[in-house]
Design a protein around this ligand. Sequence first.
Ligand code: P6P
Length: 335
Amino acid sequence: MRRTLSRYLIEEQREKGKINADLRLLIEVVARACKSIAVAIGKGAIGGEGGVLGEAGSDNVQGEAQKKLDVISNEIFLEANEWGGHLAGMASEEMELPHAIPNRYPQGEYLLLFDPLDGSSNIDINVSVGTIFSVLRCPEGADPTADTAFLQPGTKQVAAGYAVYGPTTLLVLTVGDGVACFTLDREQGSFVLTQEHLRIPEDTKEFAINMSNLRHWEPPVRRYVEELLAGKEGPRGKDFNMRWVASMVADVHRIMTRGGIFMYPLDAKIKDKGGKLRLMYEANPMSFIVEQAGGAASTGRQRILEVQPNGLHMRVPVILGSKNEVELVTSYHGT
Ligand code: P6P
């Protein structure tokens, strides 16, 4: 009997007591929203008037040109999640301020943060993109329309996941009981459990970084990468391979599948912003997932999950993946 996402979540609730009914239902709604985004992206391939490719003609709060699908994906997440009664509020990469749950709907105890379509610059070249989400509890008495309710360290997450829209549509999820991977059965329209208890090998021969920023890197990262490039003749004594999809979800999923280290470090070009990737809805959920699979996630100077957020769209350096590699490059920051 195939275990669907629904069955997995019911087991996590009833047999393990890891989640309650509200969180189970919230994750089911998020999964349905990801299915809708997968359909919207597929329509983009059709193009023409009904197509959803190309620029939306607007910028998001990050000052990044929005793709039509960025806006559509954000709307899908808001509409799917605001009526269910599980949420006190939502926050998105695509919106400056939190989204209040309309008064006509019941409020719940959770906060949902998401990057509705990460890597969307890859859409027009048909490379895998994804959705990243994080779930927090709304603090007692907090105003969920104020970003302060959301500014909790990543250790407070109760669930996190990502969807990969690629050759198959996958949902990778943790509720704090390891990491499970579900594959969308397009005929049934349901996510089927295809891997449970994913583990990231502690060692690797594969690294992911945008090499074009080399001249901007801080010395510890430069030292670490140059040692990888030196291969078996260098201090590491083995050759390394490099991958860079420029879609965090795709790069992280490769690491979840076969190990590796992903780095978007601080560099002189983005130093004033604190980094490239966003803490609340990219780094934190991915770090929760990676740590639950036996990996590590650091800014280079501290554990990402322990960073105290100072803003909804705060950026941080990200170094995550195979534990021994993350610890090595982090140790270089200490020297
Ligand atoms: P660069 C996509 O825009 C993203 O936020 C992540 O998905 C990805 O890892 C990174 O930026 C790619 O950045 O500078 O290589 O284009």
